[in-house]
Design a protein around this ligand. Structure first.
Ligand SMILES: NC(=O)c1ccc[n+]([C@@H]2O[C@H](COP(=O)([O-])OP(=O)(O)OC[C@H]3O[C@@H](n4cnc5c(N)ncnc54)[C@H](OP(=O)(O)O)[C@@H]3O)[C@@H](O)[C@H]2O)c1
Length: 329
């Protein structure tokens, strides 16, 4: 059987168990030009929730469809030239055991690494941190780099890459435990618990020379505080807005943004990691080398079992993860 999670209905406010519906159906049979893939790992991403709110960089989810999501799998049968049984591939075929897909929707992975690394640090997560920080943020040695959701998948990688680039690195995360972990285990120079209140004051103390690059994963209160602490000609890398995904209606933006951007000559720039995929091989090789040499710790938070996917996604918004949250199927 093919076990699947369907996207059942649009949540009002936070996602819950009733956002999804479990079903079992026949294993699909690949047609000419397709491969049958068995899911091995599922990536859980804040964007999964954002796709429920309407059109983003992709179409909105429709109730009744298999819950979308990025996955790694193994080809079990192939009716397409470029793939054979046993190949490891990635793609967006969602929360299910099997999918039959045309070759153009599957990317073959050739990097030799455990699947736990291929689902995050050596894939979307690592590449988002790499290109977002180095290309959009343009950090220079000695700069102060602030990253929000610093203990998460992208954040842990951004902080460590910034440190390799010779920057002073400050993170925000929910709870003192996570903050202590960032400074103790991942080499952050300082970390601020944004849930403790007084985030602007705490960030000002953690960044006495101001902020040169703010890598924004959250939007909301941390962005508002960071804006007022940015140095002249600072760069704000708009990577995501996780504080506003699991809500009914996003809060209005900070009122002072335009004035601060003008007077401080700031650059705020959004990006989608796929914009840089023509340079993916070079970045992936570099990330793999840094991880192999122990210069970057690839942190992955794995939950076992397809049945646990909804709880794991709900947990992501409660900040239960450290590093990349993934489901082993
Ligand atoms: N632009 C791109 O191409 C691209 C690609 C991938 C990801 N992204 C974005 O990157 C960001 C991070 O994604 P990720 O995959 O690395 O997820 P993640 O950071 O591993 O997980 C999300 C984290 O967000 C924090 N969070 C949850 N609710 C929050 C709130 N209301 N305010 C502040 N923080 C909150 C939680 O940590 P705490 O304990 O700290 O609260 C949680 O661990 C997201 O905004 C995502 O959309 C963008």
């Amino acid at each position: 059987m093919n076990r699947q999670w369907l996207y059942a209905k649009q949540p009002q406010g936070k996602i819950g168990a009733d956002t999804f519906e479990w079903t079992e159906t026949a294993i699909p049979v690949p047609r000419d030009g397709e491969a049958l893939v068995q899911t091995r790992m599922l990536s859980l991403d804040p964007a999964n929730r954002a796709w429920m709110m309407g059109k983003t960089y992709r179409d909105a989810l429709e109730p009744g469809q298999v819950m979308s999501g990025f996955a790694i799998g193994e080809v079990v049968e192939s009716k397409t030239g470029g793939l054979k049984a046993g190949d490891i591939v990635e793609g967006d075929w969602g929360w299910q055991d099997y999918a039959a897909l045309p070759a153009r929707r599957l990317a073959k992975r050739t990097t030799q690494a455990p699947l736990e690394l291929l689902i995050g640090p050596l894939s979307v997560t690592g590449l988002t941190a790499y290109f977002g920080l180095l290309e959009v943020g343009q950090p220079k040695p000695g700069d102060t780099v602030l990253v929000s959701a610093a203990a998460g998948a992208v954040g842990t990688m951004v902080g460590q890459i910034a440190r390799l680039a010779g920057c002073r690195v400050v993170g925000t995360a929910g709870g003192q435990d996570k903050c202590d972990w960032l400074t103790r285990e991942l080499g952050f120079d300082a970390a601020v618990d944004y849930k403790a209140g007084g985030v602007r004051r705490a960030l000002a103390a953690a960044c006495p020379g101001g902020i040169d690059v703010y890598f924004d994963n959250t939007g909301g209160a941390v962005l508002e505080a960071a804006l007022s602490l940015m140095n002249l000609r600072g760069r704000i890398v708009c990577c995501g807005n996780v504080s506003q995904y699991d809500v009914d209606k996003p809060a209005p933006g900070p009122m002072a943004v335009p004035g601060l951007v003008v007077t401080k000559r700031l650059r705020m720039e959004g990006f989608i990691v796929m914009d840089f995929y023509d340079r993916r091989a070079e970045a992936e090789a570099r990330l793999a080398r840094w991880v192999a040499e122990g210069r970057i710790k690839a942190v992955v938070d794995v939950v076992d079992g397809l049945d646990k996917a909804p709880d794991a996604l709900i947990g992501l918004f409660a900040g239960k993860n450290r590093g990349k949250m993934a489901v082993r199927v």
